[in-house]
Design a protein around this ligand. Structure first.
Ligand SMILES: Nc1ncnc2c1ncn2[C@@H]1O[C@H](COP(=O)(O)OP(=O)(O)OP(=O)(O)O)[C@@H](O)[C@H]1O
Ligand SMILES: [Mg+2]
Length: 581
């Protein structure tokens, strides 16, 4: 191809190019516009650059040029026979070097998979015949985020990315927090789907802040009651351990000294609710003053109310029997062993609204702690939809422990093989330190100025020039930046087949077809979900705002309880039987 321009100045990683009308093609056909890749022919290499500005103003004093373009120098293609692309520039262009629109072959060289660890996510916007690959290792180990306004194809993109990752990393565990219960069918046999009906998450796995959040339904606890709880929980844990170690009959409640046992309120060892209540009762019995007894009474009834609420059955099953099921719970949640299903979809929309935050906190904390205590032997990707709800930039929004747990994975997870994938429609409302840890960003259309400003601060200068496209991207269109992609790239996600499209459960199960109309069965199914959702509190709001709670579905009491998959190697999990902290 003949040059359509020449380098007229070079400054740092930028250059100015004079565009000529004398090439074989008129400039309008070359379409030298912002966001396009060009190649600059140097002596020993071809520099890949991107046009960031095109202008007719301030033309050099020469008739040779009809316009100028600013370009960012992004990388270079080296080698003759077997060309290879590398990021960054070692040989700078000189004045007069020819500039061409990048060829299809050169684009292929830039995006050629450098190893087997690449997944195919779509095609380049500039040239649809070139496949866009993402480096899985880079994308996972340094965390990633999918950002975009509502309806632009984020969830569909996530289904695509995770399906590709499953193919390329069969040993990776994937844990997906499915806030709207829409991913149930996207991964077929490769994923187990958990919901309040088949999840077992014993209450004793909740740390102090989490169990307080459950008992007080998301409101701040009463300080006097919290003091009592903080005192009796470690004692109840100590009691349980003593039951395990010796003859129960020979032990009285009084003989346990919590300080000697060494458990804290947060140690993840079991305790029984009967013990907890009798410890509270015992303390209450020693009080003379009737008015101070009221506090104890209230606390006991608070524990009993939650324990008897069928919606909390996933936490309080066997609450009085005990049993250290931590190994089973973890093996079930995190697919160890995977048995051909390395993925878990955690459907959150069926949980009581006031408990979702604590459940997410427990799950996130356990994912990290398992990685930590197992030295990352089983790498796991933790994917969180609507991440701004769980890790909000505003410290007054959301549940502190959840933010702490997400932030811990973001900051330290990679050391322990725990990787994070965050999805949000409001990046500006996501904790900035957490998003700054995501080194591969898939940015889809974002209309809001604050979100765009945040992105500008999060990406490199070269990529920042692409961000001006963000408000005008079409559905499925993505700007991909960072470690996972060879260059900041405008691409289009692959067409996702219908069976992998995320869809609400109501839509899948009950809507027959648009033409057939809605029958009574459909209305009854809607009513069932509706009643389940509002039996206790809030109606889902139509505003998808920060304080929005997930839509509720009914946790049907008669649904079968699945048993956690057993078949564990006890030695491998012996670690979990010991106190972890
Ligand atoms: N890669 C794709 N292949 C096929 N269809 C797509 C693709 N991306 C988006 N779509 C279509 O666009 C619709 C909206 O996409 P999606 O539900 O993924 O958006 P979203 O950004 O997750 O929206 P929300 O913010 O409401 O969750 C999908 O139902 C699907 O029909
Ligand atoms: Mg979505």
């Amino acid at each position: 191809m003949t040059s359509f321009g020449r380098v007229i100045s070079v400054r740092g990683s930028q250059a100015r190019v004079g565009l000529m009308a004398t090439g074989q093609m008129p400039l309008s056909e070359v379409r030298a516009t912002v966001g396009r890749f060009v190649s600059i022919r140097c002596l020993t290499s071809v520099i890949v650059a991107m046009i960031t500005e095109v202008s007719c103003e301030g033309l050099p004093e020469s008739d040779a040029y009809i316009a100028t373009a600013s370009v960012d120098l992004l990388g270079e293609i080296l080698g003759g026979e077997r060309p290879k692309f590398q990021r960054g520039v070692t040989n700078y262009p000189t004045i007069g070097d020819g500039v061409e629109l990048i060829t299809n072959q050169e684009l292929r060289t830039v995006y050629a998979p450098s190893g087997s660890d690449q997944i195919n996510v779509g095609t380049l916007q500039q040239d649809r015949s070139v496949t866009a690959y993402v480096d899985v290792e880079e994308m996972l180990s340094k965390h990633f985020a999918v950002l975009g306004s509502t309806g632009v194809g984020k969830s569909t993109g996530v289904s695509l990315l995770l399906n590709e990752i499953l193919k390329s990393r069969p040993n990776l565990r994937i844990f997906l927090l499915d806030v709207h219960n829409e991913y149930g069918r996207c991964f077929g046999e490769r994923a187990q789907v958990l919901n309040p009906r088949n999840l077992k998450l014993p209450f004793w796995l909740f740390n102090f802040e989490e169990i307080v959040d459950v008992l007080f339904a998301g409101r701040p606890g009463v300080p006097e009651e919290l003091d009592i709880l903080a005192e009796v929980i470690p004692v109840a844990k100590g009691l349980y351990t003593q039951y395990q170690n010796s003859d129960r009959v020979s032990l009285g409640l009084k003989r346990v000294d919590p300080k000697q046992i060494g458990y804290t309120v947060d140690t993840p060892v079991p305790y029984r609710l009967v013990d907890l209540i009798s410890l509270i009762d015992e303390r209450m019995g020693k009080l003379e003053n009737r008015s101070s007894r009221i506090i104890y009474h209230k606390l006991i009834s608070r524990v009993e109310t939650v324990r008897n609420d069928p919606r909390y059955a996933f936490m309080f099953d066997n609450a009085n029997v005990g049993g250290d099921t931590m190994a089973e719970v973890i093996s079930h949640l995190f697919r160890l062993p995977a048995n051909g299903r390395p993925m878990t979809i955690m459907q959150l929309a069926g949980f009581p609204a006031e408990v979702v935050d604590s459940v997410v906190s427990v799950l996130c904390r356990m994912a990290f702690d398992f990685g930590l205590w197992s030295d990352g032997v089983s790498p796991m990707l933790f994917v969180c939809e609507e991440a701004h709800r769980y890790a909000s930039a505003d410290r007054n929004v959301g549940f502190g422990p959840t933010r702490k747990a997400v932030s811990r994975i973001a900051k330290e997870g990679r050391k322990y093989g725990v990787y994070l994938g965050l999805i949000t429609q409001r990046p500006a409302e996501l904790d900035a330190t957490i998003i700054s840890q995501c080194n591969t960003l898939f940015t889809m259309r974002l209309a809001n100025d604050r979100d765009q400003a945040l992105l500008r601060s999060a990406v490199s200068d070269a990529a920042a020039n692409l961000l001006s496209f963000v408000p005008s991207l079409g559905t499925r269109e993505v700007l991909a930046f960072g470690e996972g992609v060879a260059l900041p790239t405008r691409l289009r996600f692959k067409e996702v087949p219908p069976h992998q499209l995320p869809r609400g459960e109501a839509t899948i199960a009950t809507v027959p077809s648009v033409t057939a109309g809605h029958d009574m069965h459909f209305v009854s199914a809607v009513l069932e979900r509706w009643r389940g959702a509002t039996s206790h509190r809030d109606v889902p709001s139509s505003d998808s705002g920060m304080n929005e709670r997930p839509q509720r579905t009914m946790a049907s009491a008669e649904a079968p309880m699945l048993q956690p998959s057993m078949g564990l190697d006890p030695d491998r999990f012996s670690l979990l039987k010991k106190p972890l902290r």
